[in-house]
Design a binder for this molecule. Sequence first.
Ligand code: C2E
Ligand code: MG
Ligand code: MG
Ligand code: MG
Length: 284
Amino acid sequence: SVKARGRGFFSFYDASLNASNALHSELAARFRPAIQDGEFCLHFQPKLTLDTLQIVGLEALVRWQHPDHGLIFPGDFIPLAEEQDFIAPLGRWIIDAVCRQLAQWRADGVPLVPVAINVSARQLRDERLLEDFLGALALHGIAPELIEIELTESSLIEDAELAQRNLDALAGAGIRMALDDFGTGFSGLSRLKQFPIHTVKIDRSFIRDIRNDTNDAVIVASTISLAHNLGLTVVAEGVETRDQLVHLKAAGCDQVQGFYLQRPCAAAQIAPLLHKQFLSFQPT
Ligand code: C2E
Ligand code: MG
Ligand code: MG
Ligand code: MG
């Protein structure tokens, strides 16, 4: 049977293999109808600038409201979507949904900030990626400066040529890129120069014990200084405590994102936050 992992989602990869395979097939068979039936939705998590704690961006995170299995998180279907050739249509739905949401907020008089879209390895190698972005931007009348792409180091390694072509074209169109989960891959510094990256997001595994683990603290400090020397912006992911926030501020980090500041939530809950520009919590 499916092994519950809390929060009402499951982990396919550690469930018993047969159940896992059956579930995989069941989910994969439902991918396409799920788009038509509106079962995918986006949550948004703010990114804040560390000096004023103002909201300077959002990250779009996809969820699947499955009729039988409840809310499924991306870790449990993005790898399957990649494997099953579904990532391109799902990616197109996500890009369109983000641009549509920005247009809706604008129509509602909500002050806009850039929204980051996660793009996975297979999507980066899709010949239509640029077209998908430009098409959605044009359809909804959104400026490319309002869109950011988040990619992981590992997605840049294989077939680097195709990825490079796509990323150069997207950057040329005015879309900014962030390197996600930084420090977990092993590409290192050369990728920062090779690709048109503007921002580095330090993976939350380095933030978790930053107060007690000297190695993590040194890695974070070095990453910040390296990124700044290259003219890049640094975001720390997974900030869950005030102590981590204080440490990151002292270390000169530019932006923060995490449950301590704001959990990902639906668009309706984000609009009032964008109106205020600041979160209502008191950080000190
Ligand atoms: P990611 O891009 O690194 O996104 C950050 C993940 O960490 C999100 O999980 C977010 O909810 C979670 N998170 C944020 N703050 C905290 C915190 O303080 N503590 C902890 N423990 N977690 C925090 P989520 O939404 O489950 O997404 C997981 C991954 O799935 C993402 O990692 C990204 O790689 C992928 N993903 C999410 N949405 C999309 C999408 O629209 N397209 C693609 N291709 N991949 C996506
Ligand atoms: Mg991300
Ligand atoms: Mg990340
Ligand atoms: Mg991460």
